[in-house]
Design a protein around this ligand. Structure first.
Ligand code: FES
Length: 576
């Protein structure tokens, strides 16, 4: 607190309950009052003298991905108390993918601000961040990075897989696969109803390498979560033990004053990017990691990401790029087993929440055992990283494609654009029998970027037009300024920057234009000359969307593009 005693000696920084006193003009009275209130809940002076460990609780009836929160919180409390700390829970916003309108991404920054301000406002020496569903972990890490109070991330863990007529299924790659079959009229309403019962077999996060699993692995690789903590499924004893250990770790972090700015560094961010690429992780992970790093002024450069992608193979054989599920990844050794393989590519001196370096943790994780889910570096599933960065006149600020989940035949493809102006236009026309479209065409969807939708929804996974789906077409090149669920697969170009709603070149594409995609050469070209594009722009200039009031106004006025993490501009720190 920067206070000094009567002799002018600087007082030690406040900790525990003395931290961040409410302003009544008399510090002694403020602490007296705070203690009086908390004693109303039955605490003793002994309890109140301990390091205070906040637990950011995000359980919600609208968030089944966090359905194990009560057990996790109990275990975290136990871990804190066994280590001599005082656990204090506090709520923040909780966001579930399927229960947030218009899209969960619209609310991620709000959750990050809630998390940051509650960590800063309340007296805690360290915090355990309990989250799991896609946007919650990035929001918590963004908030914790900005608050810069010692923090450990605890993910809720993945759901179990179910079984449909003897076939193993899990959310949500199989959700999309079966829905695609239903749209193509390969299965009937009765069967799709029975599949619906099986896709989410327990509480927890999606069971494939979607965004939640990706962010769990990213948090661990970043050093912000305990080694081995990303993969235990939500309902297992391993998950509960991780929770207890996370509580104990928070006490140690509080004593060591090991804050996020010493853990989230340029090196640890690069380690996390390597892991993201090697797991065939979600494209959303790039946006989230960019936002987390941006809170500490660490740039995530798309050119560097592409370099890393060219030299980091995909080693983890999980859906949607591969065949297995998160519980298999856990049984195969999880992130520590992957890090062991990636060791020659990693910055081993990066610090972690354990107080040890990543290299020390890899050494401590042992030699591993034979398994089929995590491949050795010399025998990858895909020689390059899962994500490639594209450039060209259609995306001057870049675009990305998840090449590990795309159709190899379409990685070099030229076709006629079939354009949809926005999500409503897509919904209105996509399934009409008179839609002029063939399997060789390229579907283009505009206005689903950060400002356009708003919130950059996961609508970049355009369905195959019904008449083509019925004819057996499984994949087509699709391009948008939106995002795609990490559980989805296909030859899908995303995050086109600048977005259409800001007047990026995407805004001026017309049906009938030719587009050329060449993933090997990292290019995305609109084959229309500059003079014609200029004429189109002058004839119909784009006016970016605005709002009169509320969070929507804050969002539209300050949200950045995909290459800046879709964070609010005033929350990012200047580049280091
Ligand atoms: Fe929560 Fe997939 S919906 S992790």
């Amino acid at each position: 607190m920067g206070e000094s005693d009567k002799k002018g000696n600087a007082a030690p920084p406040a900790s525990g309950l003395s931290k961040g006193l409410t302003s009544y003009g008399d510090a002694g009275f403020s602490l007296f009052l705070r203690k009086a209130f908390i004693k109303g809940a039955g605490y003793t002076d002994d309890a109140l003298s301990r390091p205070v460990i906040g637990i950011a609780a995000t359980g919600s009836g609208f968030n089944p991905c966090h359905g194990n929160a009560p057990q996790l919180l109990e275990a975290v409390r136990r871990g804190v108390m066994l280590s001599g700390g005082l656990p204090v829970e506090f709520p923040t916003i909780s966001i579930h993918e399927s229960f947030a309108h218009p899209t969960s991404m619209f609310l991620r920054n709000l959750m990050s601000m809630d998390t940051e301000e509650m960590i800063r406002a309340q007296p805690m020496d360290a915090v355990v961040l309990v989250g799991g569903c896609d946007k919650t972990v990035p929001a918590q890490l963004m908030g914790a990075a900005s608050a810069n109070v010692p923090a450990v991330q605890l993910v809720t863990g993945s759901m179990l897989t179910g079984s449909h007529d003897g076939t193993r299924v899990g959310a949500c790659t199989d959700c999309r696969r079966y829905w695609g079959r239903y749209r193509a009229e390969e299965i009937d309403a009765d069967e799709i109803g029975r599949v619906n019962d099986q896709l989410v077999a327990s509480v927890g996060t999606c069971s494939v390498m979607g965004t939640a699993s990706t962010m769990a692995c990213v948090a661990e690789a970043l050093g912000m979560a305990l080694p081995g903590s990303a993969s235990p499924p939500a309902v297992t004893a391993d998950r509960i033990r991780v929770a207890e250990r996370s509580g104990a770790t928070a006490v140690a972090l509080a004593k060591a004053k090991l804050a996020p700015d010493r853990i989230i560094t340029a090196k640890s961010v690069e380690n996390a990017l390597r892991v993201l690429l090697a797991i065939g992780g979600s494209t959303n992970g790039i946006v989230h990691l960019t936002a987390i790093a941006g809170r500490l002024g660490i740039p995530v450069d798309l050119a560097r990401l592409d370099e890393l992608g060219r030299e980091t193979p995909v080693l983890v054989d999980l859906k949607p790029s591969g065949q297995w599920y998160m519980e298999d990844f856990h049984h195969a050794g999880g992130v520590p087993a992957l890090l062991r393989e990636l060791k020659p590519l990693l910055h081993l001196d990066a610090m972690t929440v354990t107080g040890r370096t990543l290299g020390e943790e890899i050494e401590a994780s042992g030699a591993g055992f034979p398994q089929e889910v995590i491949r050795p570096l010399a025998k990858p599933i895909f020689a390059q990283g899962g994500i490639a960065v594209l450039r060209g006149n259609l995306a001057p600020g870049g675009a990305i494609i998840k090449q590990s989940a795309a159709d190899a035949r379409l990685m070099r493809h030229e076709g006629r654009a079939v354009v949809f102006e926005n999500a409503a236009d897509l919904a209105e026309r996509l399934d009409r029998d008179d839609l002029d479209v063939t399997a060789d065409d390229i579907l283009v969807l505009k206005n689903i970027g950060p400002k356009g939708a708003p919130g950059m929804p996961e609508a970049g996974y355009l369905p195959i037009p019904r008449k083509l789906a019925r004819a057996g077409v499984k994949d087509m090149v699709r391009i948008s300024d939106g995002r795609m669920s990490g559980t989805a697969a296909g030859t899908i170009v995303l995050h086109v920057t600048p977005e259409a709603a800001l007047g990026g070149p995407l805004a001026y594409v017309r049906t009938g234009d030719r587009i050329r995609l060449d993933v090997a050469n990292r290019s995305l070209l609109l084959l229309v000359d500059d003079a014609e594009l200029r004429r189109r722009r002058e004839a119909r200039p784009v006016t970016p969307p605005t709002a009169e009031r509320g969070y929507l106004k804050l969002f539209l006025d300050t949200v950045t593009q995909a290459d800046q993490g879709v964070d609010f501009d005033f929350l990012r720190l200047p580049r280091k």
